[in-house]
Design a protein around this ligand. Sequence first.
Ligand SMILES: NC(=O)c1ccc[n+]([C@@H]2O[C@H](COP(=O)([O-])OP(=O)(O)OC[C@H]3O[C@@H](n4cnc5c(N)ncnc54)[C@H](OP(=O)(O)O)[C@@H]3O)[C@@H](O)[C@H]2O)c1
Length: 345
Amino acid sequence: MKAGIVGATGYGGIELLRLLNNHPQITSITLYSSSQAGEKFEDIYPQFQGEQTHILQDLVPDMMKEDLDVIFLATPAGVSSQLTPKLQGGHAKIIDLSGDLRIKDASLYEQWYNKGAAPNEVLEKAVYGLPEWNKERIQDADVIANPGCFPTAALLGLGPLVKEGLVKADSIIVDAKSGVSGAGKNPNPLTHFAHAQENFQIYKVNRHQHIPEIEQQLSEWYSDIDPVTFSTHLVPMTRGIMATIYVQLNKNLTEDELRNTFERYYTTEPFVRVREEGSFPCTKDVYGSNYCDIGLTIDTRTKRVTIVSVIDNLLKGAASQAVQNMNLIFQYEEKTGLSPLPVYP
Ligand SMILES: NC(=O)c1ccc[n+]([C@@H]2O[C@H](COP(=O)([O-])OP(=O)(O)OC[C@H]3O[C@@H](n4cnc5c(N)ncnc54)[C@H](OP(=O)(O)O)[C@@H]3O)[C@@H](O)[C@H]2O)c1
């Protein structure tokens, strides 16, 4: 199968190349660049030197959509809203890692991203690619909106309780932390080493662009859900996300009942691991893997549930989740090419 990666020189694109390179169904990978076409990828990233070399290509949508079987868009917000209409309607399936196709309401996208939205007909076709919750629709999709990194951690942590209607609608607080690779390869004042190292900083308070994405999915599960409080913090580590989630239940549950609710949804899911009572995951438990690890407990004094959900932002939060979606679309076993256990320490 022939794959193309647009934005291959970015952090998400690099991880896609690494994963697709080890995927048994992929026979060729073409890398595209908007700024470095003609250059050899392995000259820019010598750590990728191996049996194959890749010359970065110019984007030619008319050719790409017929020659390729699957196209990954690992580009900044505002690119795939323009590019997807040109890539649609051919042979290739499209998997977009950016936020451009995730929000169904175009005006909401424009409000939170401060950019023009994709055409409505593209938004209508795009299927939200959270495999644990949307498998059947993903299998039939031509265009996938791969979820954001924070939403992946938050939604996998919240899904079972919200879907079961067990959460007080106005009680959800998601306190999330991310490593600096979440901001992509170009440094900025927030992610500059001298600022970020030995520092811990909250950012985009009440205005992070992942808020509408989280609320959109929560209200699909439970239509009366209220807006959520969602905070993001930058942690001086390269990769990893921890979402610590607090919710108030609308009925009393024991620890066993709480855990059983999660296990009902996730025991058959290969990439979600729910911890035993008293055990909570840390980001290194999923580093370099497609896993989402979840720990949870009830505080009997406050009646509040604490859920801890961790992922690798570049993998389950981006590239490996995109490959998981590709596997579902092409009816390969869901774990194909995604078997590595986490890297530790
Ligand atoms: N980093 C994460 O943890 C993470 C997690 C989930 C989702 N995402 C999303 O995934 C997307 C990629 O993120 P990233 O971290 O890989 O970003 P990145 O490191 O900044 O890379 C983005 C790449 O996009 C290419 N690009 C820039 N402008 C372009 C244009 N006008 N047309 C085509 N390509 C263009 C650039 O490559 P060329 O200059 O070579 O074209 C660049 O290397 C973003 O939308 C991000 O929000 C990222």
